[in-house]
Design a protein around this ligand. Structure first.
Ligand code: GDD
Ligand code: MN
Length: 364
């Protein structure tokens, strides 16, 4: 019976799997553990590598997700697949020091009041290795921002390396974790129905063993969305906030193109308006596909089909917007400003609700 499940999210980590397994097995010799790899159908066939390993060591399992992406949701699903009372999350690339695992486990087993043990870079004895100063600054800044969301006093809430009691995970997920982005620990702490008792143990962040990092600039956007989710998420779906922000940007694009073409004397108003609409819709589609629906990003033919459905749906949204605003203004003499806002809102809700189903919810 495993006392501990070690959850490892992977995307293109084939070259790290065996080495990680070897080191974890060495570190945890003497305890009962299992390892759950959660792979998002990596092109480098990480899942096959894991299954081959599982043929040699039955403590290893592979949870392969197809058509899905996301570090946080992968960790959550791995932790929920565990039947051990304690679960850990560790990156596959060996940047996290696996020798901390037995200390984390011992601490949780000795102190029932503690819920989470965090591998921390920002306490005495820890460090960020040879991170560039810019990345270190960004990480520290993001850490400050996060203290506004979580109640617990944690020095390294952005750590991707921690150990937690399984029931605490379940409670947070039930209470509505956002599970977008990659700040899984922060998300767990923020969503927990009761403040979790956290301890931190220091470790030195290492260099990647093989492969490269998956976290690009859009993780900053995801981070902002996650914070927003914890602030307003109970009231308004965060995807809707993201969708609306993108829409606001689209309006600026629209006005810029319109001004350029019409004021610049390149086209009549109607032509300029049509081109501006087209450019703004396409821009919105690209941005929403990249950020709002990062986890369901459309590619290839799916992209083209998505773009067509998005354009069609938003055209109807625009008609509904103009129709409702005009009706309120003319038939009910509602103040023009309020009429316009009502039109824009109904258009946004329509666009969001319908594209969520028709543009991004289908496979392929
Ligand atoms: N299943 C799955 N799906 N795994 C993923 C995905 C995904 O979409 N994206 C990344 N991973 C896996 C990687 O394969 C790796 O094992 C781990 O998640 C971390 O990804 P990296 O790309 O190595 O991230 P990093 O090193 O830049 O960031 C890490 O350190 C930060 C600082 O502590 C992560 O642990 C962050 O969560 C952490 O904040
Ligand atoms: Mn890494």
């Amino acid at each position: 019976m495993p006392q501990l499940s070690v959850v490892v999210p992977t995307f293109n980590e084939s070259a790290n799997v065996a080495e990680l397994h070897r080191r974890v097995a060495e570190a945890l010799a003497g305890s009962d553990w299992e390892m759950i790899f959660v792979d998002d159908d990596s092109p480098d066939a990480t899942a096959d590598t894991v299954r081959a390993l599982a043929q040699q060591d039955p403590r290893v399992r592979c949870l392969q997700r197809i058509g899905r992406r996301g570090l946080a949701s992968a960790c959550v699903e791995g932790m929920l697949a565990s039947s051990a009372p304690i679960v850990a999350v560790i990156d596959a690339d060996l940047q996290h020091d696996e020798r901390l695992l037995p200390k984390m486990l011992a601490l949780l087993q000795a102190e029932p009041a503690v819920d989470v043990v965090v591998g921390s870079r920002y306490i005495e004895g820890g460090g960020t290795g040879d991170w560039a100063a810019s990345r270190e600054h960004m990480s520290r800044w993001a850490t400050k921002l996060s203290q506004a969301v979580i109640k617990a006093d944690v020095q390294d809430p952005m750590s991707g390396f921690f150990m937690i009691r399984q029931p605490a995970v379940l409670a947070s997920v039930r209470a509505g974790m956002s599970a977008v982005g990659f700040k899984i620990l922060l998300d767990l702490l923020a969503a927990s129905p009761r403040p979790l008792v956290v301890r931190e143990l220091p470790y030195e962040f290492r260099n990647r063993f093989a492969g490269e990092s998956k976290l690009d600039t859009s993780v900053m956007w995801e981070y902002a969305i996650m914070l927003l989710d914890h602030w307003f998420g109970r009231l308004i779906p965060v995807r809707f906030i993201a969708f609306t922000l993108v829409g606001g940007l689209g309006l600026l694009v629209h006005m810029a193109v319109l001004a350029l073409l019409f004021k610049g004397g390149f086209a009549s108003f109607v032509t300029a308006q049509a081109v501006a609409t087209f450019v703004a819709m396409t821009g919105n589609f690209v941005l929403n596909n990249w950020l709002t629906y990062r986890d369901r990003r459309l590619k290839g033919w799916g992209w083209l089909r998505g773009w067509i459905s998005f354009t069609l749906v938003c055209s109807v949204g625009a008609l509904a917007n103009v129709g409702l605003a005009g009706w309120l203004f003319r038939e009910h003499s509602v103040w023009w400003g309020a009429s316009a806002v009502a039109g824009v809102l109904i258009g946004a809700v329509w666009n969001y609700a319908v594209t969520a189903v028709y543009t991004w919810n289908r496979k392929g």
